[in-house]
Write a protein that binds this ligand. Structure first.
Ligand SMILES: NC(=O)c1ccc[n+]([C@@H]2O[C@H](COP(=O)([O-])OP(=O)(O)OC[C@H]3O[C@@H](n4cnc5c(N)ncnc54)[C@H](OP(=O)(O)O)[C@@H]3O)[C@@H](O)[C@H]2O)c1
Length: 261
């Protein structure tokens, strides 16, 4: 029996991933901090789907979390053949005014834990000759993003790391993929403390259900990278064809200049 592991499954895109994969009959391992939300989701999914669901309440911004999670899953004999590294947070405001511990937690969650989970599960998948890893990046990965500098940079890492690994492993039995959604209606804006940003009002937003479906479609294909929706294709083209200064100036406006306290 194999499982699909989804990080950040308690809300937003991750929760919708859980719904899509459950409908397709996948057994699930769901990870997030808010266990009550995971339990609620488990109850909902078990009503309509004859699958197994394991819950792991884990703070993935804890430096030892990836190794501990991997070891616990392995010790319980649960085999992961689909891994969705979805958990991530934003950070909004001038970088030099931000709380350093919060920045470190973002780096740990968005970059280090994602990388370590990819490392650990990719190695295991190679020994079983099967598996797919989907990393959730963002259109924010296409260029610098003033007032969300660390978040954009963390997603640039996710995209280029995943693309490189996909190429390294292209002749192996496992597949590495990356999905780049644009602004999506989830708990992200609130979690990032974005109070005056125009990202979710000026830019057309996607629904998390559509993003998760795009991620599922990508995982059952052999493709490596997917930009969800027409908007994200436009962002990608703009970033590639225009001067980099144009992207970062537009991003500064969309991210919104935080008001002085
Ligand atoms: N929404 C957008 O506009 C957008 C656009 C492009 C890409 N993305 C990416 O999509 C992914 C999902 O975000 P979302 O939009 O669905 O936001 P969301 O609704 O805020 O969901 C974030 C998920 O990550 C989990 N998470 C956050 N910190 C965690 C931690 N320390 N340990 C474990 N889990 C943690 C949260 O669960 P708990 O709080 O329960 O731990 C939650 O399940 C992120 O990687 C984000 O960067 C979002």
């Amino acid at each position: 029996m194999t499982y699909t592991l989804i990080t950040g499954a308690s809300s937003g895109i991750g929760k919708e991933f859980a719904r899509v994969f459950a409908q397709k009959g996948h057994h699930l391992i769901l990870v997030a901090r808010r266990i009550h939300l995971l339990e609620h989701l488990k109850k909902e999914l078990l009503k309509d789907n004859n699958i197994k669901i394991e819950l792991f309440p884990v703070d993935l911004a804890n430096p030892s979390s990836a190794k501990q999670l991997f070891e616990t899953i392995t010790a319980r004999g649960l085999l992961v053949d689909h891994l969705i590294n979805n958990a991530g947070v934003g950070s909004w405001g001038p970088f030099v005014e931000a709380d350093w511990q919060e920045q470190l937690r973002l780096i740990q969650l968005n970059i280090t834990t994602l990388t370590e989970l990819t490392y650990l599960f990719a190695r295991q998948m190679l020994t079983y000759h099967r598996g797919t890893i989907l990393n959730i990046s963002s259109t924010a990965s296409f260029g610098g993003g003033p007032y969300m500098a660390l978040y954009y940079a963390s997603k640039a890492y996710v995209t280029t790391f995943s693309e490189a690994l996909a190429e390294e492993l292209k002749d192996s039995p496992i597949n590495i993929q990356v999905l780049c959604p644009g602004p999506t209606r989830t708990g992200f804006e609130k979690a990032a403390g974005m109070k005056h940003a125009k990202m979710f009002t000026w830019v057309p937003t996607a629904m998390p259900q559509a993003v998760a479906q795009a991620g599922y479609d990508l995982m059952v294909s052999n493709r490596k990278v997917k930009y969800h929706s027409a908007n994200t294709h436009v962002f990608n083209l703009t970033a590639r064809l225009g001067p980099r200064s144009l992207w970062r100036k537009a991003a500064a406006i969309i991210n919104g200049i935080p008001r002085k306290k």
